[in-house]
Ligand binder design. Structure first.
Ligand code: HEM
Length: 501
């Protein structure tokens, strides 16, 4: 017994000494420490300041609020992470001195199941991907996106209508329903492939799973298995996931080959455009790299948009006056037959402002990681080379220093025609990041969300169901629903009642 207690005390002593020693590398910087390295989940006492998944406890926000210069550290055993909300320092990191900061790709390697891509590379390797990918996201290609987003929304509305007819009302878990629509869009726009989400289709010859099942299993389990299990054990411990990952790859390879065999056809999906753009370049990407890029578009492109739409639906439930204003605008700008054009998009000032305001209050990506190449001075502190940084998007966008009434949902602050409109510091709103590593899909998602929302609002009124006790708590009705941090930050439990107008 005493021996065991002695061992535990010894281990604790080592944890305390290493953690204290690590924190001293950032001379004078205010901060807090936890004894364990960065943990996936919250572990009370040992890892309760910084962890990846769960209900965010706001340790970095509280810390940054308490500092005068918006710079603070969280020490996790043998590593320091510097959190930043100071806009001038953010400007240095993302724009002015961006050459001294790079993306720590470890985090993104786990989701990069098919190798290197735009998201998990740096420097010349990243540039090689970006040059090929940029033309696929050019403005003239968005007509196809608009068309596919409208189709997916129509099919979702049809499905909700059927639910309404059978149950007499339509209460949805927007997590499932909206995600289906954004997955349908990204399937068609990224791969030129209909996953059969709204109209199921048979499994093609040579496969054991449908592409949809393979993709969904890969997205739900593949990343977790990749994170925790050595390669040689995967197929024994997780046979379904291993099959799903292998078949996802087989499907994607086949789509690339199909494109190569049919180069004359005019196609607007991202994969075809990547293959085309790559052909016109020397020393471009291999097929494996193209596949990995398109897979990353799928991961990065559907959940982020779906989560933002969930948050926007929630805010519109809490603010029926905004919903009415939005309805009036959409009714005026959009055609009755539901067609949508880029010029209508530009005219939907209030809808675009609602999307901006949602991205401000609820950025799906709450922090942007960076690492410094060389020792650097930030504010009054000198930070050694190799230190990790997090640009704290969530805090920057909801801090009183940067925004008036920061926790209030007020789209007018983004509507240049409104008296509430204010000109902002370029770094006070960064849901898509900034600088050369800014999200390549930011226009894509803004347009997709606008098309989907315009159709929903024309067709339905939204409210929080009156008979759902969780939705009727004071806190939720006031607009303060629990946030749940997974790969993106989403509402923890949300139900929305759709009533036909
Ligand atoms: C609301 C929607 C979205 C949000 C909030 C969002 C957010 C972000 C953020 C914050 C980054 C920077 C990450 C970092 O540097 O660590 C990023 C990068 C990226 N995003 Fe998005 N994104 C969205 C939609 C999309 C869509 C629709 C696509 C593709 C179809 C996409 C593809 C990418 C890619 C490939 C990168 C890496 C770009 C590079 O490093 O060159 N994202 N996104």
């Amino acid at each position: 017994m005493y021996v065991l207690l002695g061992i535990i005390a010894g281990l604790l002593g080592v944890l305390v000494i290493v953690t204290w020693y690590t924190s001293k590398r950032l001379v004078g910087m205010p901060g807090v420490s936890q004894l364990l390295p960065l943990s996936p989940f919250r572990i009370p006492l040992l890892a309760d300041k910084m962890y990846i998944f769960g209900v965010p406890n706001g340790a970095s926000r509280d810390l940054l609020k308490s500092t005068k210069d918006g710079i603070a550290r969280i020490t996790t055993f043998n590593s320091n992470t510097v959190f930043v909300s100071n806009l001038e320092v953010v400007k240095d990191i993302m724009l002015k001195k961006s050459d001294n900061f790079y993306k720590p790709t470890e985090f993104y390697d786990y989701i990069s199941l098919f190798g290197d891509n735009l998201l998990n590379t740096n420097d010349s390797e990243w540039r090689k991907h970006r040059v090929v990918a940029d033309p696929a996201f050019a403005e003239q290609n968005y007509t196809y996106l608009i068309q596919k987003s409208a189709e997916a929304t129509d099919m979702l509305i049809e499905r909700l209508q059927a639910q309404h007819e059978s149950k007499g009302r339509t209460i949805i878990d927007p997590f499932d329903e909206i995600q289906d629509a954004t997955l349908d869009v990204i399937g068609k726009v990224a791969f030129g492939y209909d996953f059969g989400i709204f109209k199921p289709k048979p499994i093609p010859k040579g496969f054991q799973m449908s592409f949809l099942d393979a993709i969904k299993t890969t997205l739900t389990w593949g990343i977790g298995v990749n994170l925790t299990t050595p390669n040689f054990l995967k197929k024994y411990l997780f046979p379904k996931t291993t099959l799903a990952v292998a078949e996802t790859k087989q499907y994607m390879n086949q789509l690339i080959q199909d494109r190569r065999n049919d180069m004359d056809a005019v196609k607007y999906d991202l994969l075809s455009m990547l293959v085309d753009s790559n052909l016109s370049r020397e020393g471009g990407l291999s097929d494996a790299e193209i596949m990995s890029d398109v897979f990353i578009f799928l991961i990065a492109g559907h959940e982020t948009s779906s989560v933002t739409l969930q948050w926007l639906l929630y805010h519109l439930c809490v603010h029926p006056e905004c919903q009415d204003k939005l309805y009036e605008e959409i009714k005026k700008v959009c055609a009755v037959d539901g067609t949508f054009t880029m010029s209508q998009y530009e005219d939907l000032h209030y809808l675009r402002a609602c999307i901006q305001e949602t991205l401000r209050l609820n950025p799906p990506v709450v922090g942007i990681p960076k690492k410094c190449r060389a020792a650097t001075k930030i504010g009054p502190y000198v930070v050694p080379a190799g230190t990790d940084f997090v640009v704290d998007v969530d805090h920057i966008q909801t801090s009183e220093q940067n925004w008036k009434n920061p926790t209030t949902f007020n789209p007018d602050r983004f509507d240049s025609r409104s008296s509430d409109y204010v000109k902002k510091h370029p770094c006070s709103l960064l849901p898509f990041s900034l600088g050369q590593r800014k999200c390549i899909g930011f226009r894509f998602s803004e347009i997709e969300m606008a098309v989907m929302m315009s159709k929903f609002v024309l067709y339905y009124k939204f409210s929080l169901p009156k008979d759902d006790p969780l939705m009727q708590t004071k806190q939720v009705l006031k607009g303060d629903i629990t946030k749940w941090q997974q790969v993106t930050c989403k509402p923890y439990y949300l139900r929305v009642e759709f009533t036909k107008r």
